[in-house]
Design a protein. Structure first.
Length: 377
């Protein structure tokens, strides 16, 4: 990385971690359920060097600028962009990892705030680099759990495990069915002749300031009323017993229960190479997120509707936390070149915005980079 060399010389460590797109299984991870994400071909890269003892830890982002932390006991401002970076270092030090002060630079092409998990990519890439610098072993699951702690304890975002786990542990060429209770990852290939399209509405949201925490709290209230550890354990017919005053909680629970069923059915469809069945499940997922979970939005609904009627689309839905950001579509590979301009033109006509549409094959999870542009499989 040129910026790191200019400021501090050749880095001691280079690491990368990808963003992700979730194909189906939304808002189920913090309910101990099932999700089906894949890593995407956008990365965050961290260049890291040791600093002299007593020096501040310093980070420079090509997008956000420079930040420093003079002492490990210094409070971390949760709303500052560098909280993700300093939070990883702080928690690793708390686990007894011998890291010491460091200097790092960050570059990324993961779109920020687009529901493609730019924060998890940053956390995982930073954790990968710091562990390498400290001579510690790398474990994808343990790293994902650490990064989830950063979100909970430092940033204040009560997210599930999906984002850091797929960023850390994805298998190239595969999406992964993840059991968010056991943390088992089961890689699956996309149906033959299909490609994933990521459709950026160019609208943005801040999840910490959104209704995300309210949705999680409603799920927890529903689980308590149903006397289950998590909504993963609830049955659909049990919701009929919930009283009228818990109508909101009933709808939230109905989404989670049916979304888990859809996600498992999607894995079966993918195993069978049944793209049409997988696409239908994506469509049903969007309707449930829109109507029962109420986390879609005008731009997302418009984008999904446009995708449905564009050449080669097999299925489409919003993806990520919701309210804004990206949708995802399963598209016939031989129609992808027609699908992209059709979506962009029609979305511009209804919204006045210039959508970005990318095609992506499933990428590999986090890795150490031996040299710029090269990393182990």
């Amino acid at each position: 990385m040129a910026l790191h060399r200019e400021r501090w010389g050749v880095p001691d460590v280079l690491s990368r971690a990808p963003g992700r797109v979730n194909l189906i299984g939304e808002h189920t991870d913090y309910n101990d359920g099932f999700v089906f994400p894949m890593a995407i071909e956008f990365d965050t890269v961290v260049a890291l060097s040791r600093a002299k003892s007593g020096s501040p830890s310093t980070v420079i982002s090509e997008i956000f600028g420079e930040a420093r932390r003079d002492d490990e006991r210094e409070p971390i401002t949760a709303t500052h962009w560098a909280a993700y970076v300093f939070g990883v270092s702080h928690l690793l030090n708390g686990l007894g990892k011998s890291i010491g002060p460091w200097r790092c630079t960050i570059a990324t092409d993961v779109p920020i705030g687009a529901s493609l998990s730019s924060s998890a990519a940053l956390e995982v890439a930073m954790a990968r680099a710091l562990l390498q610098l400290a001579g510690e072993s790398w474990d994808a699951t343990a790293t994902a759990e650490l990064c989830q702690r950063v979100e909970h304890e430092v940033v204040g975002m009560p997210c599930g495990i999906m984002d850091p786990l797929i960023s850390a542990g994805a298998v190239r060429g595969h999406a992964s069915l993840i059991d968010c209770r056991s943390l088992e990852m089961l890689p699956r290939r996309l149906p033959d002749g299909t490609v994933i399209a990521i459709l950026d509405t160019m609208t943005r949201r801040e999840l910490v300031d959104s209704a995300y925490a309210d949705r999680r709290a409603a799920c927890e209230r529903a689980a308590r009323w149903l006397s289950v550890a998590a909504l993963r354990d609830a049955e659909l017919d049990e919701l009929e017993r919930m009283p009228a005053e818990l109508a909101v909680e009933r709808r939230r629970a109905r989404h989670v229960i049916t979304e888990n069923e859809r996600t498992l059915a999607a894995a079966t469809a993918m195993d069978a190479g049944d793209a049409a069945a997988f696409g239908a499940l994506m469509n049903a997922s969007h309707a449930s997120l829109r109507d029962d979970y109420e986390v879609s939005g005008q731009a997302l609904d418009a984008m999904v509707q446009i995708a449905h009627s564009s050449p080669g689309c097999i299925g489409a839905r919003m993806t990520g936390g919701g309210f804004a950001g990206c949708a995802v579509a399963l598209v016939a590979a031989d129609a992808a070149d027609d699908f992209i301009p059709a979506v962009q033109e029609r979305y511009r006509a209804v919204s006045g915005l210039n959508a970005s549409v990318w095609l992506s094959q499933p990428a590999a999870g986090a890795s150490h980079i031996d040299s710029i542009g090269q990393h182990p499989e």
